[in-house]
Ligand binder design. Sequence first.
Ligand code: AMP
Ligand code: ZN
Length: 114
Amino acid sequence: MENCLFCKIAEKGIPAKIVYEDEAILAFEDIHPKAPTHILIIPKDHFASLNDVPEDKGDLLGHILIKARQIARDKGIAESGYRIVLNTARDSGQDVFHIHFHLLGGRKMSWPPG
Ligand code: AMP
Ligand code: ZN
């Protein structure tokens, strides 16, 4: 997808601090971290948001969650706790329209979210 920031990161056209990669997904550090651990996990294929993921891509979404759990373990926050956030469309505050899961941890978080 042209002019998509996260497609460019997936294609290595823009640098990022990559923490995990396989054929389907990429995980990298958020450039403006909102917690001591703040990692973004994306599919390499472009989908603007969860609203745009086809019904038959459930395995891909599940794969992202299983790898998010592994990254949380690797970062040492699995036991202390973490939050996975999937902002979708305008009211959520989604800024980058290539679906991305936030993995946040390393501090106590409040609820409900703002
Ligand atoms: P959202 O508001 O859910 O769309 O989140 C977008 C996230 O992307 C924000 O947390 C930004 O800090 C992050 N971000 C924007 N540009 C970059 C970049 N070049 N590398 C890493 N993270 C980025
Ligand atoms: Zn994209």
